[in-house]
Design a protein around this ligand. Sequence first.
Ligand code: PLP
Length: 378
Amino acid sequence: MSLLKLYQNFDLEIDRAKGIKIFAKNGKEYLDTFTGIGVLSFGHSHPDLIKVFTEKLERYSHLSNFFIDEDAEYVAEKLIEFTGTTGKVFYTNSGTEASEGVLKTIRKISTPKRNQIIFFDKGFHGRTTGSLSVTGFPKIKNCFEPLLQHTCQLPFNDSENLEKHLNKYHDQVIAVFVEAIQGSGGIVPLDKGFAKKLEELHQKYKFVLICDEIQAGLGRTGKLFAYQHFGLKPNLVTVAKSLGGGLPLGAILFLENYADVLQQGEHGSTFAPNPVALAGAKYDINHIPKMLPDITQKGEYFLHKIKRLNSDRIQEARGYGLMLAIELIEADETLRDRAFDNQLLLNVINNKIIRLLPALNITQAEMDLIVQKIGEIL
Ligand SMILES: Cc1ncc(COP(=O)(O)O)c(C=O)c1O
């Protein structure tokens, strides 16, 4: 076997996938509850997306950054419009590349005195060495130390600690990275009080606030950006995952006066933005805004159904929109395998938290079926 095994793969040979179903070569079909880890907002193989991808692909597949694709400006303009302020967009191929671009921007405006970047326990911003430096999972970063200097990990949702730190070190703190709803950390939203304190301190001490919307952004939580649930006013926003309609595409949104920090030649990418992925992005951003009320409603229905399972094994069901978690009282090492045997594909964090990131166009009947299967497994 020549493939480096860094993932815990499902034992599944896939033939094709459609909507929320994955069809195996052995003839069995499986329900997909996490859509390529939050990538496929419209489910697998959506016919409209296949059409826009194919139309672009038949014309050209790659241009390089010596040319501007016809959709690049339109998508950028819409992304900025979604924030309700002004700004400019830089495209990447992935989430971690967006985090890296942000780190370069921060580095450029740092001084020897003001250079500290705050991040939070269980915040996830990527796997490259820069973004790992601001990721709050010691287990995945320790063996790569030393990483970037001048970073500082603080507890998530601890207002007192944050205030104490910033009151003391505000003249050293240049930036704060945050996920409004932690994804890999187990679908943990900001406490409203903590968010209020964070924004208050942001206004007071004028550090750069970076909202990582790579997993929670673009409609998944029922708002265009998850930070909009919490009254944050970020200076930089990162998106990726679902942006390209299923193809790799990410972006950094440089808002207001941060739009001009990076100058020509200071950053770049051979592949980004891929024109075919941009066609997917155009479809995404044209359709997601009108789906928001529906996403909220579906999320409420899904949560309600889960709670009605009344399982004594569930500690809590939580989330916003269609970014949901079912946290168990005790870890269950066989949960994922039992679900798999029941033809249900689950993403389970630490054998304890089922992370649900279903297609945003999931139907009520599909939600019912998923909840029924989860009930059977528990
Ligand atoms: C919040 C968040 N930020 C950054 C990343 C990294 O994105 P990518 O895997 O595309 O590099 C992820 C990936 O899961 C994420 O969930």
